[in-house]
Design a protein around this ligand. Structure first.
Ligand code: 0RA
Length: 638
């Protein structure tokens, strides 16, 4: 082979001769894995792969597969046709060699093909050896050549059995698997169709038509976009966050690299890798190269755009893969498949090749698609933030084993009731309100946990900072359920958890902080209806000897309209602390008279967005939101 890039006159000489077929019939498992349904399907893949190889070489555009009612299978293509000229060394035709000698084929000679899809490359001869009957017809040079076989042995030499127009070329193969070898001759339509669909994605512009005459079913696959179509289809139902699929196509040192990717708003990653159309479920050097290129290209781009600041750490592999749907497909001359299931690509040189190709191609994509690039980088940054928050939260748990301890916080005024289903806890803003609540409560079943206003000092109220907060830790210990992954509702010490804050902006802020905390770290408390918001009155008016409590401005206006003289006595509560213990009990804590809002997660997604908005880095929208919503406490529904 002087120059394999040059147009190559392929003759039978190029086919290397290795050995006869007896070993295949003696130990079929060695060649096709097993003699059950899997092995049977393997025969089909073996023959189809040969036609697909011809398509990958650019010489065939369609492959037809038919299963007949009697169990025969036929595969035909419109490629160049298997060479039929006589192989000098062996003295028989190329076709006969391919069909009767193990490991004989153009793939091994390094001549006809650069790329081959056959998994083990065992080829058509193995199918022949394991078939009761088989025939092959080759159309080329205006002639139809045919040879027939019984259990791998030719019935006669290759013969010319007809003529066709000189433009008609191709190979058709039909076989009937040997019933003395296979446990049953039952092909599964779905299994085969799925494989053909996969191939059609991986080899663009090839038509694969599949007909099952046993059940009168037929399906055709053709994907003009190749793996780009694959990615678009897989991303569609996961919610893509950008329109154009990123696609990369480069050939370096005879290795053809194709990759396509799209990000979705989900968290899971779908990453499929293929080598010569074989699904490499265990990854390998191509996947490793792809991943490092992805991480590198996105970090470089994010730094260049200043989305990542100098002081920021790099995005990790996990950050850049979250929500991604990607297909990486390489085609190379001599793939090495490793591992138990041969599902891992081993060729060391492929890693660097894929890395270069993907880093180049992706960088180009990002530069040419600034809108997609912005969304992708934003998505990765969000993933990085979440990862960092989770890490700090974990560290905190380890550092402060105290959270798990059984020592209740000192500031908790507990109740005497020990049955959680009868007990409630008020989380009260401020020491003075806490004092009133402690005095006003029914200590038999009501516990009070005062929280200092210090919680407000947490300017950027990020969840992990909340966990660092002593008040929040007191809350966790008092509730007893743990938090995050380790929440155990059975350990909840009070079945009613009641947030009681002032009806002003600060109160709204603290309430939001607490809701965020519960939503992120103990959502089960909300989901199971344990979390409530107390409803203290806004006004008190005197009607003769009787005190009237008004819970909203609307209530106040209505009341004053009907009781003109009461206006003079109207008192506005600026905080819970202004109420004496009796008043607090009567208006807000007495189960006979109080009203409470039960916090529900009506729409967890919407809630999360609300929290993100409220708790995000940007202070201004948060302040605005709290101010404009502070008055609507009564409608608060998380
Ligand atoms: C070796 C060389 C050439 C074609 C093929 C094999 C070939 C094999 C199969 C198996 C199924 N369909 C096929 N189509 C082609 C190239 C022959 C030439 O140079 O004309």
């Amino acid at each position: 082979m002087v120059d394999s890039m040059a147009i190559h006159e392929y003759t039978a000489r190029d086919i290397q001769v290795l050995e006869g077929l007896e070993p295949v019939r003696r130990r079929p498992g060695m060649y096709i894995g097993s003699t059950d349904e899997r092995g049977l399907h393997h025969l089909v893949y073996e023959i189809v792969d040969n036609s697909i190889d011809e398509a990958m070489a650019g010489s065939a555009s369609r492959v037809d597969v038919t299963i007949f009612s009697d169990g025969r299978v036929q595969v035909s293509d419109n490629g160049r046709g298997i060479p039929v000229d006589v192989h000098e060394q062996a003295g028989v035709s190329g076709l006969e060699l391919v069909m009767t000698r193990l490991h004989a084929g153009g793939k091994f000679g390094g001549g006809g093909y650069k790329v081959s899809g056959g998994l083990h490359g065992v080829g058509a001869s193995v199918v022949n050896a394991l078939s009761d009957e088989m025939w092959v017809e080759v159309r080329r040079d205006g002639k139809v050549y045919r040879q027939e076989y019984r259990r791998g042995t030719p019935l006669g030499p290759v013969a010319v059995v007809g003529t066709v127009g000189p433009e008609i070329t191709g190979t058709a193969t039909q076989w009937l698997a040997d019933r003395s070898i296979f446990s049953a001759i039952e092909y599964d339509f779905e299994t085969l169709a799925e494989r053909f669909r996969e191939i059609a994605y991986l080899v663009k512009n090839v038509w694969i038509r599949f007909e099952d005459q046993r059940h009168d079913r037929e399906i055709s696959f053709y994907f003009e976009g190749g793996i780009v179509s694959f990615v678009r289809n897989a991303a569609r139902e996961r919610g893509p966050i950008h329109r154009t699929v990123a696609s990369i196509e480069r050939t370096i040192n005879d290795v053809q690299v194709e990759a396509a990717l799209q990000y979705t708003d989900g968290y899971s990653t779908l990453e499929l890798s293929f080598a010569n159309c074989i699904n490499t479920g265990d990854g390998g050097t191509h996947l490793t190269g792809f991943r490092s290129a992805l991480t590198r290209a996105l970090n470089d781009y994010a730094r260049k755009q200043k989305a990542l600041k100098d002081e920021d750490a790099n995005l990790t592999g996990e950050d850049v893969r979250e929500g991604m749907v990607a297909v990486i497909s390489v085609k190379l001359p001599e793939p090495q498949f490793e591992g138990q299931t041969k599902a891992k690509l081993g060729n060391a040189e492929v890693k660097g090749i894929v890395e270069t190709a993907v880093a180049d191609g992706l960088t180009q994509f990002l530069e040419e698609h600034p809108q997609e690039a912005r969304r992708i980088v934003e998505k990765c940054l969000t993933a990085a933030r979440a990862r960092e928050a989770a890490r700090r939260a974990r560290e905190l748990v380890i550092r402060k084993g105290a959270l798990e301890s059984s020592t209740l916080p000192g500031k908790l005024a507990d109740c005497t009731e020990r049955d959680p289903s009868n007990a409630e806890i008020y989380i009260v803003e401020g020491d003075s309100a806490g004092g009133s609540a402690k005095q006003g409560r029914d200590r038999r079943f009501q516990a009070i946990l005062p929280l200092r206003g210090k919680i407000l000092n947490v300017e950027k109220a990020r969840p992990e900072k909340m966990l660092a907060h002593e008040e929040i830790r007191a809350l966790i210990t008092a509730l007893g359920v743990g938090f995050g992954d380790s929440v155990d509702l059975a350990r909840l010490r009070y079945h009613r958890v009641i947030i009681m804050t002032d009806a002003d902006v600060d109160g709204a802020h603290i309430r939001t902080l607490l809701l965020t905390f519960f939503f992120r770290y103990m959502p089960q408390i909300i989901e199971n209806g344990h979390l409530h918001i107390a409803q203290p009155p806004l006004y008190r008016a005197q009607n003769g000897k009787e005190a009237v409590y008004l819970f909203s401005d609307k209530e106040k206006d209505t009341y004053l309209a009907g009781h003109k003289s009461a206006a003079a006595t109207l008192q506005r509560y600026k905080g819970l602390g202004e109420m004496n213990p009796d008043q607090l009990w009567t208006t807000t804590m007495d189960p006979q008279h109080r009203t409470m809002l039960c916090v529900t997660i009506a729409d967890a997604t919407a809630a999360d967005q609300l929290f993100t908005r409220l708790m995000g880095d940007e202070v201004e929208p948060r302040r605005k939101f709290i101010q404009s919503h502070a008055a609507q406490v009564r409608n608060l529904d998380v």
